[in-house]
Design a protein around this ligand. Structure first.
Ligand code: NDP
Length: 281
């Protein structure tokens, strides 16, 4: 048994687990599909019921993997998908959402995000999101890779204040958002979804993290996730196609970092002391 997964509540009142599962790179190779499906299913069974995908991932292939993983478990899952910026016009968003729903084998997406900012006016995308909500095709909407200036612009748009989440690059080694974007979102209770929480696996090999992890009989990846889970309003979405690593990532909730280790982590991975433009991967 593990400690319960902390939760995050969106401005709209929806509550989700702060530890979910990513799907980037899934659906690329049919030979890996069974492992990908099994990993997602185990993750759901262990409480990591938030699944993050996008029409971009394997050009719809990841959504098809998710469809197989959630077929008999749809009601347990909080499903997140994303629209490409070049599809994010009024009609394009509607069509992209319907195509995602078809691939996902479901009739609603719980949270639908604009993947990054493109050329369509935010007004248009927000209008499309609000319309999809009225049609019950999505439960809520948000954005991704929006820096503080983008968020401020969004607030000026009609219904822009209905945004529930901003998904951005955030991990021990990428702390720029702590200077302004993270507190800005936290103040408004807009959830921050931390993508690449293990820096695409690289933090799992960081020598200083290996040292700190040993004291907890944990792994560096678990320390990286446990650190993110201490941040209010932050949701970590690690991706793995290995059931062993699903168990490992889930067990990150059992680690309670000591104040001394938090200080040590700050020394190794210093927080920003000035504004840093939002990084993207
Ligand atoms: P992660 O930081 O989640 O790292 C994933 C990589 O780390 C994979 O190669 C995985 O390999 C490996 N890994 C996972 N768990 C462990 C572990 N415990 N120990 C060692 N290695 C591990 O990177 P992602 O880029 O996948 O980011 C997470 C999710 O965020 C994505 O899958 C996607 O859903 C989302 N995302 C969103 C973006 C956006 O623009 N909105 C951009 C990038 C990501 P293996 O599978 O072999 O275990």
């Amino acid at each position: 048994m593990h400690d319960p997964i902390p939760t995050v509540t969106f401005p709209s009142g929806i509550t989700v687990p702060a530890l979910g599962q990513g799907t980037w790179n899934m659906g690329e190779d049919r030979g890996r599909a069974n492992d990908e499906i099994a990993s997602l299913q185990l993750g759901i069974d262990l409480g990591m019921t938030l699944i993050d995908t996008a029409e971009m991932y394997a050009e719809g292939g990841a959504e098809k993997i998710v469809a197989e993983a959630i077929r008999a478990r749809r009601d347990k899952v909080f499903l997140v998908s994303k629209v490409y910026p070049w599809n994010a016009s009024l009609e394009g968003t509607q069509a992209a959402c319907e195509a995602s729903l078809k691939r996902l084998g479901t009739d609603y997406i719980d949270l639908y995000l604009l993947h990054w900012r493109g050329n369509y006016p935010l007004e248009e995308t927000v209008e499309a999101f609000e319309s999809l909500k009225e049609q019950d095709k999505i439960g809520a909407w948000g954005v991704s890779n929006f820096d503080i200036g983008d968020m401020e612009e969004l607030m000026e748009v009609m219904d822009g204040g209905d945004v529930d989440a901003n998904q951005v690059l955030y991990n021990l080694g990428r702390r720029g958002i702590e200077y302004d974007l993270l507190p800005w979102c936290q103040h408004r209770r807009i959830a921050v979804m931390a993508y690449c929480p293990i820096e695409q696996g690289r933090l799992a090999h960081h020598p200083d993290l290996i040292h700190i992890a040993k004291a907890y009989q944990a792994t560096p990846a678990q320390v990286a996730l446990a650190w993110l889970l201490t941040k209010p309003g932050v949701i970590a979405i690690p991706k793995t196609s290995s059931t062993g690593r699903v168990r490992e990532n889930r067990a990150a909730t059992d680690i309670v970092l000591t104040p001394d280790d938090v200080v040590a982590l700050d020394a190794i991975f210093p927080p920003p002391d000035a504004r840093v433009p939002l990084e993207m991967l």
